[in-house]
Design a protein around this ligand. Sequence first.
Ligand code: UD1
Ligand code: MG
Length: 409
Amino acid sequence: MPNKPTAAIILAAGKSTRMVTNLPKVLHEVCGRPMLSYVLDACRAADIQRLIVVVGYQREQVVEAFSKEAGLTFVAQTDQKGTGHAAMMCREALADFEGNVVVIAGDMPLVRAETLQLLIGTHRKQNSAVTLATAVLEDATGYGRIVRDEYGNLQGIVEESDCTPEQKQIKEINPSYYCFDKALFFDALNQIEPNNVKGEYYITDALHILVQRGHRAIAITAVKAEEAMGVNSRAQLAEVGRIMQNRIQAQLMQNGVTIVDPANTWIDIRAQIGQDTVIYPFSYIHGRVKIGSRCVIGPFAYLRDGTAMEDDVVVAVFTELKNSKLGTGTRVRHLSYIGDAHIGERVNVGAGTIFANFDGRQIHEAVVGSDTYIGNGSILVAPLEVPQGLQINHGSVVRESNLGEVTKQ
Ligand code: UD1
Ligand code: MG
């Protein structure tokens, strides 16, 4: 029998009071991307075919931010009456869907596709009505606790605010990674009531109902402590960002990139870096940046979105690059700003070179041919095209109109 398809409900409607923000929480960035992107990517990598995102607080902004992504359905939850209520909002969007539904929170960017795969795989193998992936934490404060009977069978989840003192001692928690049989799930959601301290509809009560009705409910302890971490405050945002940064750097190092001082280097998840490139301390790489092999980056380099360099390029001390291309062997050793430039191969960009790419109204592009020598302290005023092989005198203000006066062959 072929495997049943899987859809995902991603809960992202909460207001997030503790973030003290006017921006929807899931749009806050972790290593350069909104945290919701990571959850969506993990779902896609786990081969989840349909993605339903429940949005509420400032939902237009979330929809707008993800409008270019294919295969997403947004469902509005106008009043935030709890996680169970949020899931109920998806009934219509999934009316024609048969299979399993993964429910996960949108503020957990550290979720890994492998964990979702294990959750879905176990659910299928066990032919379960609901499968839950849990974590064991030294400090379980704030999480729903997993209650099992003396044989280890899952009994339910008790929210911290509803815990007895004994239940508070439980270290196995609900990070909120669920996989439900869709039909049974929506059926159970019909029955839940807001009978709890917070007066909310809890998704966890749907699980209780399935257990009470004698359906198979399984909890696997499959979530690493860090993956259980949600972002509820700015401090947690920074903490999650640090963990993500460690993951990004670990992957790059595994691919043969040297990062001299990982703690003092920041690299966007979208950056691509070739083998034997060395990143010196205090470098910040933000956005879609592509770096070839054997390049030298930093110390103190700031590489921004749209920067692409071929192999053997040097971009060193106090340099900022934005939306620019650098050919093989080009060197930018000190104190330069390069914006919207297309620079050829083996170009020497002298200390203190500035590309003046903005005239106050518009951005302009500059092209610099291969084997050009740009003297120290030069300003290249775009739009500009410098043919290859020229030598620009030190301290020049280079314009299209005076190229002949400031250069030697
Ligand atoms: C929930 C779980 C708890 C678990 C914890 C893990 C319930 C009842 N409890 O608690 O067992 O340990 O997550 O972090 O589910 N949301 C909506 N609409 C709402 C309410 C919430 O979309 O009406 C979204 C939030 O934006 C958030 C997620 O659901 O992304 C979780 O909601 P939150 O209020 O943070 O639940 P917790 O109290 O943390
Ligand atoms: Mg929470």
